[in-house]
Design a protein around this ligand. Sequence first.
Ligand SMILES: [Zn+2]
Length: 136
Amino acid sequence: MKKTKYFASRRETPWDSTLRDNVQEFIRNEYLDDYYEKHPALSDSNEASLLNAFVPVCCPNCRSLRFTRKGFTSNGIQRYCCRDCGKRFNILTGTLLDNHKISISEWIGFCLNLFRHDIFSSTSANNKNSTTTTAY
Ligand SMILES: [Zn+2]
């Protein structure tokens, strides 16, 4: 029985570590283009401009209304500093997307798959994530 290679990452293709002919190079590039379209870097995903349109109501730590702007995160999201407790926060602090590593558009696509009751392997294949990421 022939063993199939286990690909740790959905980004990998069978030709990553070998010399490629033109067809293999074309398929690999198309596959990676699709991968990076589904997994944009947070800084490339325009979500900062969407999130910066919202202003926090109060400090998520102490509920104070006295806070000021305090620069931006590395992803361009407005950061605030509370004048009462001194904690820094942004619009996502204390939410499901706090310190998220993947873009909001990717989260939305993932949630739509889950709400359609797709199985994990199908969801992970659609989002080009590992099945363990989907289960997590
Ligand atoms: Zn506070």
